[in-house]
Write a protein that binds this ligand. Structure first.
Ligand SMILES: Nc1nc2c(ncn2[C@@H]2O[C@H](COP(=O)(O)OP(=O)(O)OP(=O)(O)O)[C@@H](O)[C@H]2O)c(=O)[nH]1
Ligand SMILES: [Mg+2]
Length: 302
């Protein structure tokens, strides 16, 4: 447990050092006055919470201060911590009813899709599930090699196609193979694409449709991989992917290289999508189920 908490703390080091790092100074042994509120609001906006969330947090804290008759700024620290925790939802438990369970992994270029698939493969294999990877990123030959290397290492079957072959066909084959081998989980990797490129988003919709033809009800989930270093721009990406292929959850990667961890709040508020996993480092074991308490403690404890 201590291990897990230090993993979150280390992973969120940059975020906790950024805007959040000034909280301790701001919320010191002084009286709460208008300046406290103005500075706190500015700090929360700089910390990537988004303007709406920042305003909401201030309103809620002001209510608590009135109700409890608080006067000292340092009393706001614990109030803020519990308010921030309450704004993040814990990820729902994995639903394994479908067999095989098919999950489509989508996102812009370089967001960490293939790495996340390897990390998820390791996690679910460790939980005793049989896993298959579908390499429906036929755009770059290296992409298939990358997934194959992970597959070999994890002893997970990888279904790939010829370079530049139809990604929908690869996804279809992956599902057929998964059904034949009675695997528990099929993770389908897709090529990175800019959410603004119409043709590429149409191609993604097609992959989604083909997956549904290969197995009724599939994909059972669409996980959107967002790079935490991109900050607020990730929200635009998320909206486009949510609309195109009905993304059901978010994997927030590279929190360890980002000072923008606060965007987790904006993602939940503005998209209503749960954050399922958080990438806290480059190693295969550095993907953790999203944990609101550990997350808030990580960003506040600098
Ligand atoms: N520090 C850190 N690096 C990460 C994390 N996740 C992925 N990366 C790195 O990000 C880079 C891109 O990762 P990929 O998994 O190849 O990204 P992708 O989305 O599959 O990329 P495309 O297929 O080209 O769209 C790699 O160098 C990864 O090691 C993370 O959580 N933390
Ligand atoms: Mg990839």
């Amino acid at each position: 447990m201590a291990d897990l908490l230090s993993k979150w703390r280390d992973g969120l080091f940059k975020t906790s050092k950024s805007a959040f790092g000034r909280l301790a100074n701001l919320l010191g042994a002084t009286e709460i006055n208008q300046e406290t509120w103005d500075e706190l609001e500015a700090l929360l906006i700089q910390a990537d919470l988004g303007i709406e969330t920042a305003t909401d947090v201030i309103d809620s804290l002001q209510r608590i201060v009135r109700d409890r008759g608080l006067t000292r700024a340092n009393e706001l620290q614990s109030v803020l911590r519990s308010d921030l925790r309450s704004r993040l939802i814990a990820p729902p438990a994995m639903n394994w009813t479908a067999h095989p369970l098919v999950i489509l992994i989508v996102g812009v270029n370089g967001s960490g899709k293939t790495t996340a698939i390897a990390k998820l493969g390791q996690r679910f294999c460790g939980e005793g599930k049989s896993v298959l990877f579908g390499a429906a990123d036929t755009f770059r030959a290296a992409a298939m090699d990358q997934l194959q290397i992970w597959g070999d290492r994890l002893q997970v079957e990888v279904v790939a196609g010829a370079p530049e072959s139809d990604p929908g066909a690869v996804a279809f084959n992956a599902i057929q193979s998964g059904i034949a081998h009675k695997v528990d989980l099929i993770l389908i990797d897709t090529a990175g694409r800019l959410h603004t490129r119409f043709n590429l988003m149409e191609e993604l919709k097609k992959i989604h449709r083909v997956v549904g033809k290969a197995l009724a009800g599939a994909p059972h989930a669409v996980w959107l991989v967002l790079d935490a270093t991109t900050g607020q721009n990730a929200l635009q990406q998320a909206r486009a992917f949510k609309e195109a292929v009905n993304a059901t959850g978010v994997i927030l990667t590279k929190l360890d290289s980002s000072a923008h961890g606060g965007m987790a709040f904006a993602i939940q508020r503005e998209l209503g999508l749960p954050i399922l996993f958080a990438g806290l480092g480059e190693k295969i074991e550095d993907l953790e189920p999203f944990n609101p308490e550990a997350f808030v403690d990580g960003i506040l404890d600098s």
